[in-house]
Design a protein around this ligand. Structure first.
Ligand SMILES: [Fe+2]
Ligand SMILES: [Fe+2]
Length: 175
């Protein structure tokens, strides 16, 4: 059981002033799928689940448009730093992983740290929404490569249930 109140955190971050379009492909529906993907991956990669779930919330929350938007990852990390200790907390080494995962999630290719690699794989496995197929080459973890090769994540959905509850199927949001 996490010490972080994720539901309150979701509400707080979503209700922050933002520049997202309605139904942005980088908006909260995407964040939820990244969270789900991350919880599935973490069951086998050994990633820190709190960091992965926080990455899902923060990594795209400071996007200013749905295009290239350089620096949006760093802005997300800076925002996490600003509300750390108020809306959530993490030990320093874990927060450093969260910050780096947010800051570098678009520019970097792979990371050998299982938690950072899991964050990036979780994000990159949600490319179907923009008409792109996840490519095993861009995955950092072996489990991420396995899912990318399979082309669907549904066979592993049950792995997220211990963290997100049995309602995780309702979070699929694909369409
Ligand atoms: Fe992003
Ligand atoms: Fe993303």
């Amino acid at each position: 059981m996490s010490a972080i109140d994720f539901e309150s955190l979701w509400h707080a971050v979503i209700n922050e002033p933002h520049q997202r379009d309605v139904f942005s492909v980088h908006g909260p529906d995407h964040w939820r799928r990244v969270e789900r993907n991350g919880c599935i991956l973490a069951a086998r990669t050994g990633a820190n689940v709190d960091v992965v779930r926080l990455f899902a919330i923060f990594h795209d929350c400071k996007r200013e448009n749905d295009g290239h938007d350089p620096g949006h990852g760093r802005r997300g990390g800076e925002f996490a730093a600003k509300v750390r200790g108020k809306w959530f907390d993490l030990p320093d080494p874990d927060f450093q992983r969260l910050y780096l995962a947010c800051e570098r999630h678009t520019e970097a290719l792979h990371h050998s740290d299982p938690t950072i690699g899991t964050c990036w794989d979780a994000d990159r496995l949600d490319l179907g929404r923009v008409g792109a197929v996840p490519d095993p080459y861009y995955m950092s973890t072996e489990f991420g490569r396995e899912i990318a090769r399979q082309g669907v994540i549904h066979p592993w959905l049950h792995l997220a249930v211990p963290v997100l509850g049995a309602g995780v199927g309702a979070l699929l949001g694909e369409g």
